[in-house]
Design a binder for this molecule. Structure first.
Ligand code: KG4
Ligand code: ZN
Length: 337
């Protein structure tokens, strides 16, 4: 029997709705908000308004693409947090009203849990992680290494003490005048460029934690000094600058991830979140797979950056446990631990 679940994600600047049937994604509609490009970053007030505008058409399209009727939905899963409050509230209010109207259960999902559980979405190879596995969660707001012990049980063993990896991409891109989001912009210019053209300050943190703010500052000062000598320095060296900064970020991430694997003895390694879409990070993980005999899990592009498919798979597992949420639930901006 099909357990159709509708997933809703609205934590940042993408309005998304997906339909899942058991563990199989039938549709995953993502409306990205172009309005923020002009400002070089997400403007929360504008994000809420765009969600308000997009939510109904996006949900309709998700139902249409999945070829199902709203009456066939068994439950509605929504992102409760973390994220921008105004954005989350749009998705939550919609989910509550729709669930009430259809008289079906509501299921709250944590955004980060969604990124992790995206690895359990049905795939052709039937290749899924087994517990416990390690997951590097790298997004615009989070950078963590966690031991995933069960669907909803994880132990964080390393995290950033300042900026997230995605923020490092976004901030350094902005310094170079590249469009938001910075990660894909940097990746685009970095293709075929020299990744060892420049080197920047490396964090000296002994445990499994990360730090990216020093790298950003070192990059800023390096450019400032060079721009004094040549005002066209960025323009002339854009590709090599992008490749070098990407290489620095990926090296920091991979060093800690491999250290975590060595320390825990866990050889199944997954990457999740927007930055896991980065080809250079993926290639380094593939190289490590062969070198250290790892079993690796890389999400498909549409399941790495923000999407509702990941919310619906997490919702599906909660549905099986009858782990429902009542109508009083409200958003949380930061992770409650
Ligand atoms: O998971 P996500 O879509 O949203 C959050 O939960 O934050 O992650 C967004 C972050 C942004 O910082 C963006 O620059 C980064 O992911 N990102 C990338 C790539 N695609 C998105 N970073 C590096 N390479 C990419 N291809
Ligand atoms: Zn995310």
């Amino acid at each position: 029997m099909s357990n159709y679940i509708l997933g809703i994600e609205s934590s940042c600047d993408d309005t998304s709705a997906a339909v899942i049937s058991n563990n199989e994604i039938l549709s995953n509609v993502i409306a990205s908000q172009e309005v923020h490009k002009f400002y070089g970053g997400v403007v929360p007030e504008l994000a809420s308004r765009a969600h308000q505008k997009n939510i109904i058409p996006v949900v309709y399209k998700a139902l249409h693409d999945a070829n199902i009727n709203k009456k066939q939905i068994k439950a509605i899963a929504f992102t409760r947090g973390p994220g921008l409050l105004g954005s989350l509230l749009v998705g939550i209010s919609f989910a509550k009203s729709f669930a009430l109207a259809l008289d079906i259960p509501l299921i709250e999902v944590d955004h980060i849990q969604g990124h992790i559980l995206a690895h359990f979405i049905k795939n052709k190879e039937e290749h899924y992680p087994k517990f416990p596995f390690l997951c590097l969660i790298v997004s615009g707001g989070h950078t963590q290494i966690a031991i995933i012990k069960d669907y909803f049980k994880m132990e964080v063993i390393g995290e950033t003490i300042d900026d997230a990896a995605g923020e490092a991409f976004d901030k350094t891109a902005k310094i170079m005048g590249l469009p938001y989001p910075g990660g894909p912009s940097i990746e685009k210019y970095a293709i075929n460029a020299n990744a060892s053209a420049y080197s920047f300050a490396k964090p000296r943190i002994k445990n499994l934690d990360f730090s990216f703010s020093g790298l950003k500052t070192s990059f800023l000062y390096f450019l400032r000094d060079n721009l004094k000598i040549d005002k066209d320095f960025i323009e002339k060296n854009r590709n090599d600058l992008c490749a070098s900064i990407q290489n620095s970020i990926v090296t920091i991430l991979m060093e800690k991830l491999l250290k975590a694997s060595k320390q825990t003895g866990i050889k199944q390694i997954a990457i999740s979140g927007g930055v896991s879409a980065n080809k250079s990070l993926q290639n380094e993980l593939i190289k490590a797979k062969d070198k250290y005999d790892l079993d690796i899990f890389i999400p498909k592009l549409n399941f790495s950056t923000d999407n509702a498919a990941m919310i619906s798979i997490a919702g599906y597992f909660k549905y099986l446990n009858k782990d429902f949420t009542d109508q009083k639930a409200t958003a949380y901006a930061k992770k409650i631990r």
